[in-house]
Design a protein around this ligand. Structure first.
Ligand SMILES: Nc1nc2c(c(=O)[nH]1)N[C@H]1C(S)=C(S)[C@@H](COP(=O)(O)O)O[C@H]1N2
Ligand SMILES: [Mo]
Length: 365
């Protein structure tokens, strides 16, 4: 990946705030996504926080405290977790071909798989002690201010106390062994494996143990799933499903949508992920979903929250082909056939069969 060039190899959806995803072939080049190739999803400006930035631990804890990165590294054991991070808006562009939605038209690249280094949030919470008769949520408040439908407030989200105490939720400072860059949350961010990226708060400023979820607008009114019959104007936010876990999904990363390639033997590649379950099978079709074959899977048995990469060699005769992929998890669950089946006004969880149309041509000469 020494040829990797972020200027050239990113699709930029917006510069202010900065939102960008790698071109899809970059995603499958390595099992661990390099930080320089990791999608960037920001709701506001990137705060400039120094290494001494202090995080407050507050709420229903016995001992209120504040710590900086050096304190964490000194006082708690270091943990490493390999986990996929995916935006709930990944592949929104597919839903937008059905009907308009809010949000950026993410292609397949709002996802990455990395080894995160940090300390376990559970170690920090257990050391502080908690009022377990009342502690039900852990809320994160961040240094960036974001606009949710006109209300500007610090970015804030929460997870359940059970999730927070599971041991795999990290206060992380490194991605594949490199210190986090400012856009990915330096100096410290939360990583919640097996949940949508929105809960993995960057630039944390406060960790608060509470008896209610975070009241921040991002938690209360963003990243909520509604049925297709509900329009944004009539949404009762308390009724929406808070997106935490995500459905099994997969995508074709090579070749790219609209590619022109040589007829004959060609390799298709992509990723699959099955939140909390393993990917049991990846089915690939080169005829729009009539006939299917099984792809070869590459996963890391020691990393259950990581993604699975898949590949398959196929023969493409001259002409246009609709390549399709769907993954099946170990519970036998798979992806819906059509984007129309899962359309929602905010464009979340776009996990229908992924389709890529390519032109196979004969190279003469
Ligand atoms: N403070 C803060 N944390 C945040 C966000 C943000 O805008 N501000 N975006 C969230 C969303 S929606 C996603 S998908 C991930 C993206 O992380 P990345 O930019 O490091 O890929 O961060 C999450 N954490
Ligand atoms: Mo996201």
């Amino acid at each position: 990946m020494s040829q990797w060039n972020p200027q050239r190899d990113f699709v930029v959806h917006g510069r202010n705030p900065l939102n960008a995803e790698p071109q899809s072939p970059v995603l499958v080049a390595e099992f661990l996504t390099p930080q320089a190739a990791f999608y960037i999803r920001n709701h506001g400006d990137i705060p400039a926080l120094g290494p001494d930035h202090s995080v407050e631990l507050t709420g229903l804890v016995d001992n209120l405290s504040a710590f900086c990165l050096a304190d964490l590294r000194r006082e708690f054991p270091e943990r490493k977790v390999t986990a996929v991070l995916q935006c709930a808006g990944n592949r929104r562009a597919d839903l937008q071909t059905v009907k308009k939605t809010s949000g950026d038209p993410w292609l397949v690249g709002a996802i990455g798989n990395a080894e995160w280094t940090g300390v376990a949030l559970s170690d920090v919470l257990e050391r502080a002690g908690m009022d377990m008769s009342r502690a039900r949520f852990v809320a994160f408040t961040c240094a960036d201010r974001v606009d949710v439908d006109g209300e500007v407030a610090p970015y804030g989200v929460s997870i359940t106390i059970e999730r927070a105490l599971a041991g795999d939720v990290l206060i992380a400072w490194a991605l594949n062994g490199e210190p986090l860059t400012p856009e990915h949350g330096a100096p410290m961010r939360i990583i919640v494996p097996d949940q949508a990226g929105v809960r993995s708060a960057k630039w944390i400023e406060r960790i608060e143990v509470r008896d209610t979820p975070s009241g921040a607008p991002v938690q209360a009114r963003d990243y909520k799933l509604f049925p297709a019959s509900v329009a944004k104007e009539e949404a009762d936010w308390a009724e929406g499903l808070t997106i935490e876990a995500m459905p099994v999904t997969s995508a074709i990363c090579v070749p790219e949508q609209g590619a022109s390639l040589s007829a004959g033997r060609t390799k298709l590649e992509g990723y699959a992920v099955a939140y909390g379950r393993s990917v049991a099978r990846v089915d690939v079709s080169i005829d729009g979903g009539k006939a299917w074959r099984h792809a070869v899977l590459q996963s890391d048995p020691g990393a259950r929250a990581a993604w699975t990469l898949w590949s398959i060699e196929v023969d493409l005769p001259r002409g246009q082909h609709e390549l399709v992929v769907k993954a099946v998890d170990e519970a036998g669950q798979s992806q819906p056939e059509n984007a129309a089946d899962v359309w929602n006004f905010a464009g979340y969880l776009s996990t229908a069969w992924h389709r890529v149309t390519v032109d196979a041509v004969t190279n003469c000469g």
